[in-house]
Design a protein around this ligand. Sequence first.
Ligand code: PNS
Length: 160
Amino acid sequence: MRVAIYPGSFDPITNGHMDIIKRSCVLFDILIVAVISNPNKIPLFSVNERIELLQKAVAEIPNVTVDNFEGLLVEYASKKNAMAIVKGLRAISDFEVELQMALMNRKLNPNIETLFMMTSYKYSFLSSSLVKEIGKFGGCMSQLVPDIVLPDIKAKLKNS
Ligand code: PNS
């Protein structure tokens, strides 16, 4: 079984995340989308809310599951018998941080490979932070987040 982990804050899920999920899940038998429960930054959406949104968004993709983790990513990945960690790259600014994490993760566990996927061009400007800002001020979020979770995200941001 080829298992991979796609980790992140997913606060909230965006179409950029969906793009990486759809393109990477075909490379593995199982792709686990893993929501970090104790991120450095305080999330707007609770772990349960982030998981629910993800579950709705990936419901139609049979080999994608959603989970949450805390602590070291490589430890979680090895507990799940994962061979790879999937990460999306948008810009050079992502690269610097991601290179550092990939090399550190490799030092911690050389058996787990980090696989980088370039974002699709049309999502290269998209981030959860921008989605939150746009939603908070009543901007149009269609095409930024999956249609199926758009009403949930809108409602939460309106009341935040
Ligand atoms: O969506 P994000 O916020 O960019 O995701 C960052 C995440 C969760 C992938 C990263 O913070 C992480 O791996 N955290 C787990 C703790 C860990 O293993 N730290 C050492 C990384 S070298």
